[in-house]
Design a protein around this ligand. Structure first.
Ligand code: UD1
Length: 338
């Protein structure tokens, strides 16, 4: 394949780039090297376009686009809201308009499009709890109750057909990108696969930025000799998936596109549920650092539990994650200079 890889200089992008080249594909990277993420710009190269996806352009000799370029993170201030929409929604829209005769697109989406994960009530079956109320969070009531009878709920695995309910600016902009790509596919006869990534970790994770995911934040703290601070009660559930497993999901999806329908969504997670408290402790042990503290603080845009079933990509594309958390953390520790 001749692949255009947007965001190819980012954390996930560099691993995807490596994997595409290893599989023998030709890759052109488009990356803006935004200064809030990259401290320096590389020298010009034939296989690198330094530029913003929001700038219209034409692409020659490309058959498949992998669109990773995005402003990531939860949204630290509401002030960021227009930058999320501009970087992610407008960025995707301009890219789609620039695709010309290209018909194959892999779009990096996120588990955050679901909002809260799947929950079951013993009485009411599957239910969709709304956003948590600050008075409950202030009182340490972190678990969302059944919206009908307020009973405790059992968290489960969300599947791709679940209701989509983004809860923050980043999530809303990522879902908007999925919708725009689906419109593009319908109108052009193209095909898009949206990969809804779980919490990605591994070598090359961003450092020292409040926009990073929790694993990167904990690692930076441990490297500075600080104690990781676990929010809520530490029992919120996530799935941490290794960045090299993400890279194989992307390349498999890109190769499969010609056989796919107009729009496909796949969850991409390791399949193993971890609590944030557990991950903090495992990382602290791995770095021989101080035992994490559970602070009871919360972030209003956070969901309580989100874990997904990745059975669909396993069955349809034969994807299989290679890393469990202990192996992945050992790999992270081994990658000293990332
Ligand atoms: C994360 C990513 C999101 C990605 C999604 C995929 C970020 C900021 N979020 O969302 O981009 O699409 O996974 O599923 O990159 N926490 C602490 N201590 C801290 C920081 C966070 O305990 O210092 C807690 C949070 O309150 C939350 C959990 O860790 O409960 C996960 O936080 P985080 O990784 O930021 O966000 P996700 O919602 O999982």
């Amino acid at each position: 394949m001749k692949v255009l890889l947007t965001g190819g200089a980012g954390f996930i992008g560099r691993h995807v780039h490596h994997q595409l080249l290893a599989e023998g594909h030709e890759v052109t990277v488009l990356d803006s090297f935004r200064p809030d993420v990259h401290s320096e710009r590389p020298a010009p190269r034939d296989d690198l376009i330094i530029g913003d996806v929001r700038d219209p352009r034409t692409f020659e000799g490309i058959d498949t686009v992998v669109h990773l370029a995005a402003k990531v993170g939860l949204g630290v201030h509401l002030d960021d809201i227009d930058d999320y929409v501009s970087s992610n929604s407008l960025g995707t829209a301009v890219l789609l308009k620039s695709l010309g005769s290209i018909r194959n697109l892999v779009y990096a989406s996120s588990m955050v499009v679901y909002g809260e994960g799947r929950y079951d009530c013993d009485v009411h079956g599957p239910v969709a709890p709304g956003p948590r109320r600050s008075e409950d969070l202030d009182a340490g009531r972190f678990e969302p109750p059944c919206p009908y009878c307020a009973a405790p709920l059992r968290p489960g695995f969300v599947t791709e057909d679940a209701v989509l309910d983004p809860r923050n600016a980043y999530a809303a902009s990522k879902l908007n990108g999925e919708h725009l790509a689906a419109v593009w596919a319908r109108e052009t006869g193209g095909r898009v696969t949206a990969l809804r990534f779980h919490n990605v970790y591994g070598p090359g994770m961003p450092r020292n930025t409040p926009y990073a995911g929790v694993a990167a934040i904990f690692r930076s703290m441990l490297e500075r000799g600080e104690t990781p601070r676990v929010f809520e009660d530490g029992r919120q559930r996530r799935d941490f998936v290794h960045v090299r497993d993400i890279a194989t999901a992307v390349t498999l999806s890109a190769s499969a596109l010609p056989q796919q329908p107009a729009f496909t969504a796949y969850n991409v997670g390791s399949g193993t549920v971890s609590t944030i408290g557990q991950v903090a402790s495992e990382l602290a042990r791995a770095y021989d650092g101080p035992e994490p503290i559970v602070t009871g603080q919360y972030r209003l845009g956070d969901v309580r539990h989100i874990t997904a079933s990745s059975d669909r990509i396993k069955h349809e594309l034969g994807w299989k994650p290679a890393y469990d958390l202990p192996t992945g953390l050992a790999d992270l520790l081994g990658a000293a200079a990332d």
